[in-house]
Design a protein around this ligand. Structure first.
Ligand SMILES: [Zn+2]
Length: 85
């Protein structure tokens, strides 16, 4: 059975995963999976290029801020887990 173009497949990565994939912050195994998925899924390929275009269209300082926010979120999450003592 051939899926019509534009339909979401059950194994489609989320937008957030695509974004992480584009940012290079995704673990390598998952990144490889998404890379393979993009070759057979038009929807994600388009979605990926959209996310990529939006991200790449941002000024470099904004890109760095976004990536920095990602790091900060990680740091905050770690700080909260260490907050018990
Ligand atoms: Zn997909």
């Amino acid at each position: 059975m051939k899926c019509p173009v534009g339909s979401q497949k059950p194994n489609c990565p989320s937008d957030k995963e695509l974004e992480s994939f584009l940012c290079g912050t995704l673990e390598s195994q998952r990144a490889a999976e998404i890379e393979g998925h993009l070759e057979e899924c038009t929807r994600c390929e388009v979605g990926c290029s959209e996310v990529g275009r939006i991200f790449c269209g941002l000024p470099q300082e904004v890109q760095q801020t976004l990536l920095q926010v990602r790091e900060d979120e990680k740091a905050v999450a770690e700080a909260q887990t260490n907050d018990d003592y």
